[in-house]
Design a protein around this ligand. Sequence first.
Ligand SMILES: C[S@@+](CC[C@H](N)C(=O)[O-])C[C@H]1O[C@@H](n2cnc3c(N)ncnc32)[C@H](O)[C@@H]1O
Length: 252
Amino acid sequence: MRRLRIIGIGAGNPDHLTLQAVAALNTLDVVFLPDKGSEKGALRALREEICRRHVTRPDIRMVPLAVPKRAEAGNDYRGAVDDWHAALAEAYERLFRDHLAEGETGGLLVWGDPALYDSTLRIVEAVCARGLALDYDVIPGISSVQALAASHRLVLNGIGESVLVTTGRRLAQEGFPQNAGSVVAMLDGEQAFAAIDPAGLEIWWGAYLGAETEILASGPLAEVSEEIRRRRAEARAAHGWIMDTYLLRRSR
Ligand SMILES: C[S@@+](CC[C@H](N)C(=O)[O-])C[C@H]1O[C@@H](n2cnc3c(N)ncnc32)[C@H](O)[C@@H]1O
């Protein structure tokens, strides 16, 4: 049987890597390195830094994976994502058959934690459903949500209240939900925080969390929304990419 380890590597700081992840890295015969997205330079740099610092096996193999591009979603977001996952499952299956021998262990290094807005586990399930026998496990990582909370010295939930983790797309469509205490928004290319009604809301925003380039801003949404938009645009232009996350909560 082929063995696969899906390892969360943290959200941008090499020191996020847990001792469990380091131990798992050193059980690998092969590391698969997917290459994707506008932030790919940062992803690649973090993965390389982690391997340089922590992999002690001299004979470990690094195998790149060209990730197929997702088609423009149009009105059918779910359909576009399903098609993309099917293409990815096919590519991953081919890769595992070609580069991972029976009895060997491969690793996929996942940004943040594999349980949050990441397709790796769904794709690996799809690879198994296609008929490739894989024994796989998951090593948790520090997610950008945890990094956001730590950098702002925040507890995510109000006392006894709920936290909703959602996407910028949904927040823009639905506004701040009536029944949520706090909302964490990820994947917000559309800057939904600037599109919703800011009345009575506070924001804690962070970009490049955990990295040396980290930027933080917080305050009443009506007052800081413009500043965040400006700093976001400047940082994006300077780095060529941006990843940001934020918490919204009703002011007390
Ligand atoms: C595809 S999701 C991956 C999330 C990841 N699995 C995690 O646990 O953080 C990418 C989104 O995560 C957030 N994100 C990831 N890393 C970040 C960072 N270092 N700083 C700010 N946001 C980050 C952003 O909202 C970005 O759009």
